[in-house]
Design a protein around this ligand. Structure first.
Ligand code: PEP
Ligand code: MN
Length: 350
């Protein structure tokens, strides 16, 4: 259940409504929207009818939410969530392009690729310092050293950075450096980690688990929101399917408009992990954008044959530049603002 306050409600009225929610045995959770404050009534609400709030002033409407997620539900913030990263906004028409290598491999490699993606117009630099690998013998990431390299690349290019946190220990480190914390597919239901993310005030990119339903994914987002962190983006990165001969995963683009109808949180598409093959990445990035995504996250490597992870799905810088040209052309058609950092010197996100 959510209570939408009138735009001209007073502080006293807000206090009284909150007190009534508590008296009913639930807890009030405020969401500050563009024009209205919404109070989500968290807890067992089956026994509470809208008449429980009769006689209280300042309320515009009481809406019952039948979904198990309340704070992530579209009704909690119908205008959509907008998140600021560096100088760029994502959501409600702001389109974010994150690009960079799968893994931070060395300072030289990261700086070369950072310069290339910046020149092509990316808004955020990606790079994993802690890598979740299927094999314990595969490259596990440079750890702390990798984060320092990313910080250096940020300093030089002005691009904010996104990097993955794998566990609680790593989270503390990643939170110290990253502008966006990525939670990978394998950790979508790591509930202690999700609870810890709720206590931070850093944007989170929550990737979809490889076999997670949309509802399970939204419930994971709800964990972060319930902890008090409202800056959550959802990332579709492909789901496991039966045909792995031609693509690594099946990029579920149905999820984009489905999520748009269910939640106010921004939706990002990852066509790199969603497909696993370079030649599929640009078409599916554009398809994701056309489906209504608020941004894309794309792996780029200038020497993919030497990459320590995910080389086959990395775009070359020239492919990425070509993709960015198309993304910029599609922006006005779709009514979204692509805040390119440097291509033709339009808007500087740094
Ligand atoms: C990645 O972004 O490099 C990654 C490991 O992603 P995912 O969690 O989607 O597999
Ligand atoms: Mn990768």
């Amino acid at each position: 259940m959510i209570i939408i306050m009138k735009s001209n409600h007073t502080d006293d009225q807000l206090r009284e409504v909150s007190a009534r929610v508590k008296a009913l045995g639930s807890s009030p959770h405020m969401i500050h929207g563009e024009t209205h404050i919404t109070i989500s009534v968290i807890g067992e609400t089956k026994h509470i009818g809208s008449e429980a709030f009769a006689g209280l002033d300042g309320i515009e409407r009481v809406v019952r939410i039948s979904k198990p997620y309340k704070l992530a539900a579209k009704a909690a913030r119908p205008e959509g969530t907008r998140i600021r990263v560096g100088g760029v906004e994502i959501g409600r028409g702001g389109f974010l392009v994150m690009a960079g290598p799968c893994s931070v491999e060395s300072e030289d490699q990261t700086l070369r690729i950072a310069r290339a993606v910046k020149a092509a117009g990316a808004n955020v630099l990606r790079g994993g310092a802690f890598k979740p690998r299927s094999s314990p013998y595969a490259f596990q990431g440079l750890g702390d050293e990798g984060l320092k390299i990313l910080a250096k690349a940020r300093e030089e290019t002005g691009l904010p950075i996104i990097s993955e946190a794998l566990d609680m220990q790593g989270l503390e480190l990643v939170a110290r450096y990253a502008d966006i914390i990525q939670i990978g597919a394998r950790n979508m239901q790591n509930f202690p980690l999700l609870k810890a993310l709720g206590k931070l005030n850093v944007p989170i990119l929550l990737k979809r688990g490889m076999s997670a339903t949309i509802e399970e994914w939204l419930m994971s987002a709800e964990y972060i929101l319930a902890g008090g962190n409202e800056k959550v983006m959802l990332c579709e990165r492909g789901i496991r399917s039966f045909d792995v001969q031609h693509s690594r995963n099946t990029l579920d683009l149905n999820a984009v408009p489905i999520l748009k109808s269910l939640t106010h949180l921004p939706v990002i598409v990852d066509p790199s992990h969603g497909t696993g093959f370079r030649h599929l990445v640009s078409p599916m990035a554009l398809a994701g954008m056309a489906a209504g995504a608020d941004g894309i996250i794309v792996e780029v490597h200038d020497r993919p044959e030497e990459a320590l992870s995910d080389g086959p799905q990395a775009l070359l810088p020239s492919d990425f530049e070509d993709l960015m040209g198309k993304v910029e052309k599609m922006g006005p058609v779709l009514g979204v603002e692509v805040a390119s950092t440097s291509r033709s010197g339009k808007r500087n996100a740094a």
